[in-house]
Design a protein around this ligand. Structure first.
Ligand SMILES: Cc1ncc(COP(=O)(O)O)c(C=O)c1O
Length: 423
């Protein structure tokens, strides 16, 4: 039996109906934007393995930093101790985060970063004797799969089975030109009730919904409304962080900065799972008290793991190099050129580009479901042609590692064009 067949015997994969799923390719090597399976087939990783890997697979600089850390101090508990890499990483991050962000809380993945933010919003109010127990979120948002994150997410079939066991969250539509005024009014009405602790959002781009984009101007207005009414704002930058939108953070496009930010995915360049939730001083101070019970009683065994912190430091240093910044600009410009070419295709409904993110929506007769027939046909076509793309319903998006070559990008565009022709 090969790896692919042996995998099927024991492993349960994410978001997978195993009864109908085919055998999955077993990847044995990665380098730059490329992956190879056990049969030697080559794939271009055009979605940076779920958006984690901007600097390329098996990046030597990050690998060296990890090796050095593993052979110096692989792990130490963060409860009651600290270490140089957590201190250095905090100092480094604070130089690139919006300057209202002052404190960092470490956890393990995007969902836990969101849990930490939500729990802090709720407990901040609890500590002050204020009853604010509800959350505001966008329709079709995705914030992760743990309970708080799930409650804030709006993709119903992901969360349907857990209805009744979730936090109370009210969902407002994503703003488009036509509904902006109405959305601002809805938000004003909600925050006036004094029942809401926080408004959580994916700033400017809703990744899992299919790279749905909205303007920074409206988000600025929404944050201002929350600020005026003491509702915390949480920017979930798990997907958008570290250069994806063309700026270090999507929040850098905003005049009004969020109170909390959730970071993960590209934080460690796709090497070691880690997340960070960042906070204003005001939020931290809401827990700072002579009363021990007002502390934030939350933690994970691997909180601020030194090896992950070393990987994050190396990744942020890479992000700041001229070479990577030039790559971000290059990929963005190539996306724009491809957009110009493909947007008049008779089967293309809409296109959008922000930073290294490109998305197109295929015209359909009927509403296409998330894992519908068209999506599966497209996905299989891409895999057969050696390009890893995971369409969302009828939306095809590209979010490659920043270091992808022009030639590899060209191949991705050609395959996308062929897919649109085929469908
Ligand atoms: C915006 C956003 N938040 C949170 C998450 C959850 O992250 P994780 O899968 O690491 O738990 C995701 C995952 O795709 C995401 O896109």
């Amino acid at each position: 039996m090969n790896l692919s067949e042996r995998d099927k015997l024991h492993n349960w994969h994410p978001y997978t109906q195993h009864k109908t799923a085919a055998n999955f390719p077993a990847i044995v090597k990665g380098e730059g934007a490329l992956l190879w399976d056990e049969n030697g087939k080559e794939y271009i990783d055009a979605i940076a393995s779920w958006w984690v890997n901007p600097y390329g697979h098996s990046n030597k600089i990050i690998a060296d930093a990890i090796y050095e850390q593993l052979t110096t101090l692989e792990h130490v508990l963060f409860g009651g101790f600290t270490h140089d890499k957590a201190v250095l990483l905090a100092e480094k991050l604070l130089t690139i985060l919006p300057n209202n962000q002052k404190k960092l809380f470490y956890s393990d993945n995007g969902s836990t970063a969101v849990e930490v933010a939500l729990k802090c919003a709720l407990q901040y109010n609890y500590n002050k004797g204020i009853k604010k127990t509800k959350i505001i979120a966008f329709k079709d948002a995705f914030h992760g799969d743990t309970f708080g994150a799930m409650a804030s997410s709006g993709i119903t079939f992901f969360t349907e089975a857990f209805k009744g066991s979730l936090l109370e969250v009210v969902r407002i539509p994503v703003p488009i030109k036509e509904n902006e005024e109405q959305i601002l009014q809805t938000l004003k009405d909600l925050v006036k009730t004094n029942e809401y602790a926080a408004f959580i959002f994916e700033p400017l781009v809703q990744g899992a919904a299919g790279m749905v984009m909205y303007s920074s101007e409206i988000l600025d207005k929404m944050i201002a409304i929350c600020n005026q009414n003491n509702v915390f704002t949480i920017a979930d930058e798990v997907m958008t962080g570290f250069g994806k939108t063309g700026k270090t953070f999507a929040s850098d496009y905003l005049d009004n900065k969020p109170d909390m930010m959730c970071l993960s995915k590209a934080l460690t360049g796709g090497t070691i799972p880690m997340a960070i939730t960042t906070f204003t001083q005001e939020i931290f101070d809401g827990f700072y008290d002579d009363d021990t019970n007002k502390a934030f009683f939350h933690g994970h065994t691997f909180t601020a793991n030194p090896t992950a912190c070393a990987a994050a430091l190396a990744s942020i240093n890479l992000l700041q190099t001229e070479a990577i910044q030039n790559n971000i600009t290059r990929v963005h410009e190539r996306h724009l050129a491809f957009e110009l070419k493909i947007k008049s295709h008779p089967k293309v409904k809409t296109t959008r580009v922000l930073g290294v993110i490109f998305a197109l929506e295929i015209k359909t007769e009927t509403q296409e479901s998330y894992y519908g027939t068209m999506r599966n046909k497209l996905y299989n076509f891409f895999i057969e042609n050696g390009v890893i793309l995971r369409p969302v319903g009828n939306i095809v998006y590209i979010l490659p590692p920043y270091i992808i070559s022009d030639q590899q990008l060209e191949k991705v565009y050609t395959i996308v064009e062929k897919a649109v022709d085929m469908i």
